[in-house]
Design a protein around this ligand. Structure first.
Ligand code: UD1
Length: 341
C-alpha cells in the first residue's frame, strides 16, 4: 500500500482528497496545524472510509518541526501539499502572514524531500495565477500576469520555487494543479466546507444564509461585462477535484509524466455567474435566498473559466457532477452539520 502525506488534510479540499486516496487504496498520513480546520474531520473521514488516518499537528513553516515529523514516517511515496492560507482579502491586509506561511511551508517540504527517497509532489495551485485573462477559457499556456493579492502571489511564487527546485534536483517530480472554484461536499454529508468565522467564499455564504446563520447574501456587483452583469467563475464539485489528485499522483508514481514538472487546470470548462449559482441553489433546494446586490468586491476579477482539454487528455480527469449536484451536496452537508431537518 503506497503511503501518502497529505498536508492540510483536515481542510476542505484536503479532507475530500483523503477520502478518495483511501478509497483508491493509498495509506494516508495527515499533517495539519488545525489553524482553519478541526480534528473532528478525521471522524468524518473514518465514517466514510472506515479508516481514521494517522495525524500530526505540525506547523510546516517551522523547518525543524517539519523535518522531525517526516523523519518519523517510513516508506513515503509522495506528498500532496494543500496546507496554506487562502483568504484573498486577509492576504492584502496581512501580506507577511501569507508569504511566511505559504512559502516557508513549501520550502521546508521541498528541502525535506531533497534529503529523502520519496520524490513525488502534488501542489495546490490556483486559477488566480492567470488574473483577469484577456482570452477565455484559459489554457495552461495562458500568460501568468501580476497577481492581484499577496495570496495569489504566493501561488505564483510557489510554482516558480517548485520549478527551480525540480530543475536542480535529480529525481524530484511535481505536478501543480490549478484549481478553479471548488464547491460542494461529500455525498455522505460527513465532510464539507466549514470555514471558521464568516465565510469569504460564495457557496458557504449561500448555505449559511439558507441555514439562517447569516442574514443576507451580498452579491458583489451586477455591472460586470457579462450576460447578467454578475461575475463568472468555473465551479467544480470538490469530489471531482479530489479525484484529479489521484490521477495526478498515479501519473507520478507510475512515471507517466512527460516532464518532471507539469501543470494542469482543474475545472469543469464551464462558467457560471453568481446569479446563476444563486438561482440553481434555489431550484435544487426549493429555498428562497435572501440576497441583495452590493458594490463589487475589491480585487475580484470579472470572469474566468478553464480550458480543460489538456487535463482531460493527460490526467484522464473529467468532471462528473453538475453545478446543481454540487450545490445540493453543499446544502445537505450544511443541514446535517447544523441539525436542520
Ligand atoms: C478566490 C480566488 C481563488 C481562491 C479562492 C479561495 C481569485 C481570482 N480567486 O476565488 O484563487 O482559491 O478565493 O478562497 O483570487 N461572491 C459574492 N458574495 C459573497 C462571496 C462571493 O457575490 O458573499 C462572489 C464573488 O464576488 C465572486 C464569486 O462570488 O464573483 C466567487 O467568489 P469566491 O467564492 O470568494 O471565490 P473567488 O474570489 O473566485
Amino acid at each position: 500500500m503506497k503511503k501518502i502525506i497529505v498536508t492540510g488534510g483536515t481542510g476542505y479540499i484536503g479532507s475530500h482528497t483523503c477520502v478518495e486516496l483511501i478509497n483508491s487504496g493509498f495509506e494516508v498520513i495527515i499533517i495539519d496545524d488545525l489553524s482553519n480546520s478541526t480534528i473532528e474531520v478525521l471522524d468524518g473521514i473514518k465514517k466514510i472510509t472506515g479508516i481514521k488516518p494517522e495525524f500530526y499537528k505540525i506547523d510546516l513553516a517551522n523547518a525543524k518541526e517539519t523535518l522531525r515529523c517526516f523523519d518519523t514516517i517510513n516508506n513515503i511515496s509522495g506528498v500532496i501539499h494543500f496546507a496554506a492560507y487562502k483568504a484573498v482579502g486577509e492576504s492584502v491586509s496581512l501580506p507577511l502572514k501569507y508569504y511566511k506561511n505559504n512559502l516557508n511551508s513549501l520550502i521546508n517540504i521541498l528541502e525535506t524531500m531533497q534529503g529523502k527517497s520519496f520524490k513525488n509532489l502534488i501542489f495546490s495551485s490556483s486559477c488566480t495565477v492567470y488574473g483577469q485573462a484577456e482570452k477565455l477559457p484559459v489554457t495552461e499556456q495562458s500568460p501568468i500576469i501580476k497577481a492581484d493579492s499577496p495570496y495569489g502571489n504566493t501561488k505564483q511564487i510557489s510554482e516558480e520555487i517548485i520549478y527551480d527546485t525540480i530543475n536542480s534536483t535529480e529525481n524530484l517530480k511535481a505536478i501543480s494543479l490549478r484549481y478553479f472554484n471548488p464547491i460542494g461536499a461529500h455525498e455522505s454529508a460527513e465532510i464539507g466546507e466549514l470555514p471558521i468565522g464568516e465565510p469569504n467564499n460564495l457557496v458557504p455564504y449561500i448555505t449559511q444564509t439558507a441555514a439562517g446563520i447569516r442574514k443576507q447574501l451580498r452579491i458583489f456587483g451586477n455591472d460586470y461585462n457579462t450576460p447578467d452583469g454578475t461575475a463568472i467563475r468555473d465551479y467544480i464539485h470538490v469530489t471531482d477535484l479530489a479525484k484529479a489528485h489521484i490521477s495526478a499522483l498515479s501519473r507520478l508514481v507510475n512515471n507517466e509524466n512527460k516532464t518532471n514538472y507539469e501543470v494542469f487546470n482543474i475545472g469543469t470548462g464551464k462558467g457560471d455567474s453568481v446569479l446563476e449559482v444563486v438561482n440553481t441553489f434555489e431550484k435544487v433546494t426549493g429555498i428562497k435566498l435572501n440576497y441583495k446586490i452590493v458594490n463589487r468586491r475589491p480585487g475580484d476579477i470579472e470572469q474566468i473559466w478553464a480550458d480543460t482539454s489538456y487535463s482531460e487528455k493527460n490526467l484522464r480527469s473529467k468532471t462528473e457532477k453538475s453545478l446543481g449536484d454540487a450545490l445540493l451536496s453543499a446544502w445537505n452537508w450544511e443541514k446535517k452539520y447544523r441539525n436542520i431537518t
